[in-house]
Design a binder for this molecule. Structure first.
Ligand code: CTP
Ligand code: ZN
Length: 157
């Protein structure tokens, strides 16, 4: 049996034929997911977004559906930092052919910029940024600066 929340949800954001559904993003995270994917409206990508839709598991969730695109591992790694409960669904001919929970990587390289302006990663000939992933944020492996809040502001992909 389909419950009322599911019916609501389906009415709000329709199914896609081919592409990727990023599901179970915490409420409000959809815009950050779009930023991570470089989607700003000028790219021509066909995208549907549900924000704060009812969810059994999260209470409220965001959903992002990107047609005709699969995500790189790097993109999924960055999404995991801001949406640890997210599910990545690959859809082909209307069927979900792959579904996986995001996994937080041990480190992320070249995707976040260090907020410390004296960090070696911000030097004139910068080295690639590298952050250790913590339970509640990330730590620059070069200068030990920890970023917990507003990670999205430091995304550099
Ligand atoms: N979806 C879609 N287009 C399709 C198939 C699925 O947009 N052709 C979306 C669904 O709306 C849902 C997500 O992809 O947001 C996962 O679909 P499915 O596995 O069918 O849903 P659930 O069983 O509810 O998934 P979960 O158990 O991960 O919550
Ligand atoms: Zn640093």
């Amino acid at each position: 049996m389909t419950d009322a929340a599911d019916v609501d949800h389906e009415l709000r954001v329709s199914k896609i034929r081919n592409g990727t559904v990023i599901d179970h993003v915490a409420g409000g995270g959809a815009l950050t997911v779009l930023a991570i994917l470089g989607i700003d409206g000028s790219t021509g990508a066909v995208v549907s977004v549900g924000m704060n839709v009812p969810s059994d598991r999260l209470g409220r969730k965001d959903v992002v559906k990107v047609e005709d695109r699969e995500l790189s591992q790097e993109e999924v790694d960055v999404i995991s930092l801001i949406a640890p409960a997210a599910t990545i669904n690959i859809v082909r001919e209307y069927d979900v052919v792959e579904k996986h929970r995001v996994e937080r990587p041990g480190t992320v390289e070249g995707v976040l910029s260090c907020p410390n302006h004296s960090c070696i990663t911000a030097a004139a000939e910068p080295v690639t940024s590298r952050f250790a992933v913590l339970d509640d944020g990330v730590r620059c492996v070069y200068c030990e600066t920890i970023v917990r809040e507003d990670l999205a502001a430091y995304i550099d992909v």
